[in-house]
Design a protein around this ligand. Structure first.
Ligand SMILES: [Zn+2]
Length: 86
């Protein structure tokens, strides 16, 4: 599976939970798993902040790939995400 994110000022598919930056997302996976993938995208965005502070500039200005995992890892990640709704 592959998902591509790009910063956007409007039409946000996903919004970073740390800095509030919006992103458009280009999906290449199945429609049925997008809800789950969306959580992984949010997690990926959060990871970009881990070593670079809380500003929106930590996210690449150009479109970037979000690598996703299949199977068990997906379910595990989704479970971890459920507690954080902010
Ligand atoms: Zn952010």
């Amino acid at each position: 599976m592959r998902v591509i994110c790009k910063k956007s000022m409007m039409g946000n598919d996903v919004r970073c939970q740390v800095c509030g930056q919006g992103f458009v997302v280009f999906w290449q996976g199945r429609v049925q798993v997008r809800q789950l993938e969306r959580k992984l995208v949010l997690q990926h965005l959060r990871m970009q902040h881990e070593h670079a502070g809380n500003g929106a500039e930590v996210h690449p200005a150009v479109a970037f790939d979000v690598l996703l995992w299949d199977g068990a890892a997906l379910g595990e990640t989704a479970a971890q995400q459920q507690s954080s709704t902010a």
